[in-house]
Design a protein around this ligand. Structure first.
Ligand code: CU
Length: 130
């Protein structure tokens, strides 16, 4: 009778909705980076809640408003912007609460701040699964 109830508590469901946590580095060399991935790539499920935790490091150039990198999610097939997914980053770490697109498919992320002469190469794949 000693450990009565322990397993019950351990198995209790979490009342809060779970967010998928994604850690992203927007680096000074005008590249997105994700730890453990040689090529950064974000994969989410359609409509799921996402917590995007971004650390940004200043490149060679930045915007007057202090933004040092951007993040704009586009549909890969026609580069349409996805509503709610145009972000600007300031130096340091910031968190963004987002909702994944409802349409499964291939997307791309592009930087929207001219952060160096290499800015055009600052992009990454983004996949939405059904
Ligand atoms: Cu950039």
């Amino acid at each position: 009778m000693m450990a009565f109830g322990t397993a019950l508590f351990a198995a209790a469901p979490c009342a809060r909705a779970q967010e998928r946590v994604i850690e992203l580095l927007a680096d000074r060399d005008s590249r997105y980076k994700m730890s453990g991935l040689r090529t950064p790539e974000i994969t989410v499920k359609a409509g799921e809640a996402v917590l995007l935790r971004v650390t940004a490091r200043r490149g060679k150039t930045w915007n007057r408003d202090g933004s040092i990198h951007g993040f704009s999610l586009l549909l890969a097939k026609d580069r349409t912007k996805v509503e709610g997914w145009s972000l600007l980053f300031r130096p340091g770490t910031e968190e963004f609460h987002l909702v994944a697109p409802s349409e499964p498919g291939d997307y791309i992320v592009v930087c929207t701040v001219i952060c160096s002469e290499d800015h055009e190469g600052m992009n990454m794949k983004f996949t939405v699964l059904p």
